[in-house]
Design a protein around this ligand. Structure first.
Ligand code: NOJ
Length: 561
């Protein structure tokens, strides 16, 4: 039985990701905060989204911008107080918006009280919540490389041959999910937030929780450092994760009817059914198929160029698999990625026409679409002029790798300007005033170069803007006449022989709706049934007795039955 057999409150909903540091600054310190988010709830409601995912807002030293949590039950002071949070939930509720939080429980911060105790007594109770392991033959227990570079093992100070494990930065020690007491602590914390009124979670890096405690390591990969990327081990062990994740689900989410979306990379076809659908570990999982080609590479410098056909084919393959399983969460970008317009579209289309075309291709895929802040404006990559303008720890590591690989300063900067995670993290553009209306103070990260025209205020005033087009798309997706088809209708890929066309159908008992996006530089004519109805088009489109003319770099959505 597929997920579509049991109706859930989040089916048919549209989600929006907020990166709190960069959304809106209410107190003039250059960093976004909860009161800033509250002040923009009407904007989000009007945009037509239903679920707001907040990247981590918890107390943290911000080594990895909040994905290193020191205290899971307190709000980071830069974001505000628990009262601000409660008000956010209440104000959202009044507007029919649901808040979901980021659940980061593969690891915490080295500033977390439990880890601090563990460091003091690496053979005591708290240490058993982490992995404190003796070295092998005078070396670290295995040869895995962390996601942010270097070994996954860090020596414990004061001991000759003892290490702790961190798949991400050394300030992000991994929790030991084999430990029942630790799992109980996690469930208690999750239930505490659910009882406070959050509607669910986005679940961070979760496939990494399974470890082979003999720490066998893996044959070195292509980095010439004798190491192998930790994600290879995660992929190898991923079949085991469901034992813990079903327990997590049963002990927390189910009882609260919570919506969950997993950041679950690399699920192969045989285990995908464990994650989606009525009995899946999560309500949904992000579709990262389009990112997997990058994950295989040793660094940004080796990332292949990708185009719209690549994005299309990646999506289509997951859509076809998920049809019978449940709902994936389609995305075009997030806080870990450059802007999709800059990544997938050719330079001549990196503008509002391309933004609208891409928006249409994405918005009607089957699942729960997640819009990332600024996507609705058509944000492209921000131009960084020097390595010092970046903030992300992985930007610095990737820069180092570029240099090690023989690239000069300028070439390395060029690579980061294509792929850095900071492109998704530059502040939201609200108007054309100082700092794009994001903050009265100098923002923590650079403002996008086009903010004077690319901003919410300007786009709200322009009927033809990307933002107003997004507002139309969200309304169409939820239009009572079509919502059943857009929600539960089967995905059917159209012809993929032309690399510049994205075409698919949504099919239900009652109707067929075709999404046709022309990314080529020439007009396309398509033959349709006489009674076809044009539901939306991103540019002018003419439907004359069954022939629809679609402009270059434009999209149409047509009911064809
Ligand atoms: C995935 C998050 O999206 C990313 O921003 C973070 O660096 C890692 N997980 C570690 O938590």
């Amino acid at each position: 039985m597929g997920c579509n057999m049991r109706k859930c409150w989040w089916h048919g909903k549209i989600a929006y990701q907020i990166y709190p540091k960069s959304f809106a600054d209410s107190n003039g310190d250059g960093i976004g905060d909860l009161r800033g988010i509250i002040s923009k709830l009407d904007y989000l409601k009007d945009l037509g989204v239903d679920i707001l995912w907040l990247s981590p807002i918890f107390a943290s030293p911000f080594i990895d911008n909040g994905y290193d949590i020191a205290d899971y039950r307190n709000i980071a002071p830069v974001f505000g107080s628990m009262d601000d949070f409660d008000e956010l939930v209440e104000q959202a509720r009044k507007r029919g918006l649901k808040i979901i939080l980021d659940l980061v429980v593969n690891h915490c911060s080295s500033e977390n009280a439990m880890f601090k105790k563990a460091l003091k007594d690496p053979f005591g109770k708290e240490a058993s919540y982490f992995y404190f392991v003796k070295g092998k033959d005078g070396r670290a227990p295995d040869n895995l490389r962390s996601y942010f570079g270097g070994s996954v093992w860090e020596k414990v100070e004061g001991y000759d041959d003892l290490y702790y494990l961190h798949y991400f930065a050394r300030e992000q020690p991994d929790f030991n999910w084999n430990n029942k007491e630790l799992r109980e602590k996690v469930y208690e914390m999750v239930n505490w937030w659910l009882d406070k009124g959050v509607s669910g979670f986005r679940i961070d890096a979760i496939m990494n929780i399974v470890k082979d405690t003999s720490f066998p390591g893996l044959p070195p990969d292509n980095n010439n450092d004798g190491m192998c990327a930790a994600n290879k081990m995660t992929a190898k062990l991923s079949f085991k994760a469901k034992e813990y994740l079903k327990e997590l689900r049963d002990r927390t989410f189910l009882g609260h009817d919570a919506f969950t979306v997993g950041e679950a990379f690399g699920l192969n076809d045989s285990i995908l059914p464990d994650y989606l659908g009525d009995d899946g570990c999560f309500g949904s999982i992000f579709d990262f198929t389009a990112r997997e080609v990058f994950e295989k590479e040793p660094g940004y410098y080796a990332y292949p160029e990708v185009d719209i056909a690549f994005y299309r084919d990646s999506n289509f393959s997951m859509q076809e698999k998920a049809n019978t399983l449940g709902f994936v969460a389609p995305i075009i970008e997030n806080h870990d990625e450059p802007r999709a317009i800059s990544l997938y579209l050719k330079p001549s289309q990196q503008n509002k026409h391309g933004a609208k075309a891409l928006a249409t291709a994405f918005m009607f895929l089957r699942g729960i679409p997640f819009i990332y802040e600024g996507q609705e404006l058509g944000m492209t990559n921000t131009r960084f002029d020097s390595i010092d303008e970046f903030n992300d720890l992985s930007a610095f590591e990737e820069y180092r790798k570029c240099k090690e690989h023989g690239l000069g300063d300028e070439e390395a900067l060029k690579v980061l300007n294509l792929h850095s995670r900071d492109h998704g993290r530059t502040p939201m553009l609200w108007d054309n005033s100082v700092n794009a209306g994001f903050s009265q103070a100098k923002p923590w990260l650079k403002i996008h170069q086009d903010y004077e025209t690319l901003n919410v205020k300007a786009e709200l005033a322009d009927p033809d803007s990307t933002l107003n087009y997004y507002r139309k798309l969200t309304r169409l997706r939820k239009d009572p006449r079509y919502v059943e088809c857009f929600t539960y209708g089967v995905f059917r890929a159209g012809d993929t022989s032309d690399r510049e066309i994205v075409c698919y159908n949504r099919h239900s008992d009652a109707m067929d709706i075709m999404i046709f996006v022309n990314f080529s530089d020439s007009e396309r004519k398509i033959q349709l049934p006489e009674d076809a109805q044009l539901l939306i088009s991103s540019e002018k489109a003419e439907l004359i007795t069954g022939t629809l003319t679609v402009q270059p770099c434009s999209a149409v959505v047509v009911r064809i039955r």
